[in-house]
Design a protein around this ligand. Structure first.
Ligand SMILES: [Zn+2]
Length: 88
């Protein structure tokens, strides 16, 4: 086989590969579906300490829940929202 032809063949093969690679990767590597989780933001009315935890059934904004780890004051739900988490 002609060495020039072989070199040309390899070169063109490489060229096609590098052109197609990102395209192939984009297709094979599908992004996983993002997880959505409902969370509640708790806030201490005294010192302003905030904590985020999973939403519990019956949670509502203004609901008193637990006590502050800093000063033992009552904590109140400040907000409830959906947080989007990356898969994993
Ligand atoms: Zn506090």
């Amino acid at each position: 086989m002609d060495p020039l032809l072989t070199a040309l063949l390899i070169l063109s093969a490489l060229l096609i590969l590098t052109t197609l690679l990102p395209w192939i990767l984009a297709f094979t590597r599908k992004p996983g579906p993002a997880r959505e989780e409902l969370v509640s933001v708790l806030r201490c009315s005294k010192c302003g300490y905030e904590e985020i935890r999973k939403y519990n059934k019956g949670d509502y904004v203004g609901r008193p829940v637990g006590s502050c780890p800093r000063d033992g004051s009552r904590m109140v739900i400040k907000a409830i929202y959906v947080e989007t988490l990356p898969q994993g």
